[in-house]
Design a protein around this ligand. Structure first.
Ligand code: ZN
Length: 215
């Protein structure tokens, strides 16, 4: 992992700011489920993006910060947590052998979102990306690995706890770091997001006033 937390946060904020002018409000239906990455996120609160900002804009930011944490936790695990490191590596190898992986290789703004839209009750889709992935995984099923001894389980649990603790500490450091970026984040939202949201609301207003609208 290259560079300080400070440098990495600054770099990812730069990249998010470079992406923001390309953001356009979606025309699809709003999400029904709350995004677990963004809802109540201390990182969004620290960046000032927690209120009055459309979810896709928040999500792209959350995932960039998550990327920093994931890369650092991977690095920490590889150096300090041999059992966990081995398990992750084996799981990744198994995953890499799967013939079809729908959620990989996406840009950060799309990572971690539902792959498929929600079905309308009574009108199931012919196929979904998640369904295709599950089918492909089932076809290439592998024999289960050897079960752990109780000691191994205990040791692994401790390593998971350490990795989790490391991730939390890093998350807190990122939040502190983000305080230095709040002003430029707010300026970019004001410039690139707010006019589009205002436009969207104005369009909606006009639609509701248009003749022919019932009521
Ligand atoms: Zn989200």
């Amino acid at each position: 992992m290259e560079g300080s937390v400070e440098a990495r946060v600054s770099h990812e904020v730069d990249r998010w700011l470079a992406w923001l002018p390309r953001w356009r409000p979606g025309t699809h239906r709003g999400r029904v489920r709350l995004c677990t990455r963004c809802f109540g996120s201390p990182i969004l609160a620290a960046s000032g993006l927690d209120v009055d900002v459309p979810h896709p804009v928040q999500h792209a930011f959350s995932m960039r910060m998550k990327g920093i944490i994931d890369a650092s936790v991977d690095d920490y695990t590889a150096r300090n947590l041999p059992m966990l490191h081995r398990e992750i590596r084996l799981a990744e190898e198994r995953k890499a052998r799967r013939p079809y992986r729908a959620g990989e290789g996406l840009d950060p703004e799309f990572l971690g979102l539902d792959l498929d839209p929600e079905e309308t009750p009574g009108q199931p889709f012919l196929f979904t990306l998640q369904g295709l992935e599950a089918d492909a995984a089932a076809e290439s099923a592998e024999p289960a690995p050897r079960p752990f001894t109780p000691q191994e389980k205990e040791a692994l649990r401790e390593e998971v706890r350490l990795a989790d603790e490391f991730a939390k500490q890093l998350g807190r450091r990122i939040c502190i770091e983000l305080a230095h970026h709040r002003a430029r984040i707010a300026a970019a939202v004001e410039r690139h997001v707010e006019p589009q949201v205002a436009q969207m609301l104005a369009d909606l207003d006009r639609e509701l006033d248009a003749p022919g609208w019932p009521g």
